[in-house]
Design a protein around this ligand. Structure first.
Ligand SMILES: CC(C)(COP(=O)(O)OP(=O)(O)OC[C@H]1O[C@@H](n2cnc3c(N)ncnc32)[C@H](O)[C@@H]1OP(=O)(O)O)[C@@H](O)C(=O)NCCC(=O)NCCS
Length: 170
């Protein structure tokens, strides 16, 4: 799978992405928008562990965002199970030096289309911490609908936050 877009490409992760992944992932501003599962500080060992899991596990739904030949971000869906097997949740991040250029809006729109075309999905949702208006804006621009505010749903960086639920259905 490879999606070549105007501002970036979306492709599978490779073992040789470790150095670039570490460089762009090791940033508190990136970590603040993500679950605590995403390490901070982000070390080269974290990158190797992630890449080995994703590549050896042959994950078909977790991808790298590439700009100018370098791995600078990640995007993927996590398929639901059981009665939620027709759904998936979406996650994404981008190296801070590339923010504000419409890159993630393009990536989210393209990956969502790809997933609806290639997997038997009827719903893709994303949950944004309420203090992350840039991510909410990305989802709105990529055609997601705001479904509601989940009160006190998250503790991030010691703060109790609401989260915002967005989804795209077909
Ligand atoms: C959220 C994130 C993916 C955005 O990526 P990006 O490539 O900069 O996004 P885009 O440039 O496509 O769009 C960002 C939009 O948010 C807007 N925006 C940025 N900061 C904002 C703010 N403080 N308040 C309101 N809007 C804001 C931008 O103006 C732009 O909208 P516009 O095109 O209408 O002007 C990136 O900041 C990131 O990786 N953050 C850390 C990880 C993260 O939060 N992931 C999402 C988890 S849900």
């Amino acid at each position: 799978m490879q999606l070549v877009l105007e501002r970036c490409a979306i492709r599978p992760w490779r073992l040789d992405d470790a150095e670039s992944l570490t460089k762009h992932a090791n940033n508190r501003k990136v970590w603040l928008g993500l679950r605590d599962l995403f390490p901070h500080p982000y070390t080269i060992d974290d990158a190797h562990e992630f890449l080995q899991k994703k590549i050896i596990g042959q994950s078909a739904t977790i991808f790298c965002i590439e700009i100018n030949g370098a791995a600078v971000g990640g995007i993927g869906i996590h398929p639901g199970q059981d009665v939620h097997r027709h759904t998936a949740t979406l996650g994404y991040w981008l190296g801070a030096e590339f923010w504000g250029r419409g890159i993630m809006t393009e990536a989210v729109a393209a990956l969502t289309d790809f997933c609806f075309e290639n997997f038997p999905l009827r719903r893709i949702s994303a949950e944004v911490f309420a203090n992350n208006p840039a991510s909410a804006r990305v989802l709105e621009k990529a055609g997601f609908t705001f479904e509601g505010r989940l009160k006190n749903n998250v503790i991030k960086d010691g703060k109790l936050l609401d989260s915002l639920l967005y989804a795209k259905t077909r």
